[in-house]
Design a protein around this ligand. Structure first.
Ligand SMILES: [Zn+2]
Ligand SMILES: [Zn+2]
Length: 315
């Protein structure tokens, strides 16, 4: 399904999997735009299927390019929708209430962000609503569950990072890893700031992402079937490249702190990403904060709060 933002890393994939006893399951449900729907219906027609053949809908994580069409697919089929419980509020729309927005506003201010960033977040949330109708009832998708399909089975791996509740599917016998956005070939999976209804994030996106990536690195994967674009091989080299990329970014942040002293995440973000467009500021701030949390865990930086603003010092 085509996705109208380049950060996604290409069209979103919907995996259509034969169910035991007939019908199909979906791993991800794409985006709820007209172009998305047309692409999905064309794909179903090419397979000789209709939406009514869907028996179960599994959602990898709560981003609109993965769950956006789930509600419509459910209405057409009556199929239950499953996702990891930590991403349920995204699918049901509870993440986008006025209260949650206020929590983001307060936290972004604490990171030193300019007030205009919040208006971008608000507009983004409105767009989100247009491209993904909320799903009323989402059932829990438990980690380590083995899903049985007609021709293979796959284990649900909880790999927090890109979102708190992201899951991938691991078909161990076939050595196929359905990575969704945990591993993408061309773009690095943004570890996004996520409050999950808290005032301060419990989810340390990049700390958890790196832990999840190291776990996947150990799997004997032969083929990665990603959430965007074509399948690929070579997950170890890809993960090593990503870990190296984040390590270099952390060194850059440490050198900026060493040279100029304590700074807010927003001040650092402006130096690490001087060319970033306004619409990308949430992504860039998330990434800088993620790297700061990794450095903090490694005992290389320390945080303090001065006049309500979070600042980091090198150690
Ligand atoms: Zn995606
Ligand atoms: Zn995503």
């Amino acid at each position: 399904m085509p996705v109208p933002f380049i950060e996604a890393g290409g069209p979103a994939n919907v995996y259509v999997i034969d169910e035991e006893g007939g019908g199909v399951a979906l791993f991800d449900a794409g985006i709820g735009t007209r172009e998305g729907r047309d692409a999905l219906l064309a794909g179903f027609a090419a397979l000789g299927l209709k939406l009514g053949d869907i028996r179960r809908i599994f959602i990898s994580h709560g981003h609109i390019d993965h769950y956006g069409y789930a509600r419509a697919a459910q209405e057409a089929s009556g199929a239950p929708v499953y996702a990891h419980v930590r991403d349920h509020d995204k699918l049901t729309g509870r993440e986008r209430t006025a209260l949650r927005l206020d929590q983001y506003a307060a936290y972004l201010e604490k990171l030193g962000a300019a007030p205009e960033l919040l208006s971008h977040v608000r507009v983004h949330w409105q767009d989100t609503g247009r491209m993904a109708r909320p799903v009323e009832e989402v059932l829990p998708l438990e980690p380590s569950t083995v899903l049985q399909f007609a021709r293979f089975s796959a284990e649900v791996l909880h790999l927090p990072g890109h979102t708190p509740g992201l899951v991938s599917l691991w078909a161990a016998r076939e050595r196929v890893f359905f990575s969704d956005d945990h591993l993408l070939e061309v773009v690095s999976p943004n570890p996004l700031l996520d409050l999950e209804g808290n005032l301060e994030p419990v989810h340390r996106a990049l700390v958890e992402y790196i832990r999840s990536a190291k776990r996947v690195r150990e799997l004997p994967v032969e083929l990665v079937a990603p959430g965007h674009n074509a399948p690929f091989s070579g997950h170890v080299a890809l993960i090593d490249r990503l870990l190296g990329f984040y390590a270099r970014r952390q060194e850059r942040i440490v050198s900026l702190l060493t040279a100029r002293g304590a700074q807010t995440p927003a001040e650092l973000s402006a130096q690490v990403f001087p060319m970033a467009k306004r619409s990308q500021h949430f992504l860039t701030l998330s990434e800088v904060m993620g790297n700061l949390e990794v450095l903090e865990e490694a005992g290389r930086v320390v945080r303090s709060t001065v006049a309500g603003r979070l600042r980091f010092d090198p150690i």
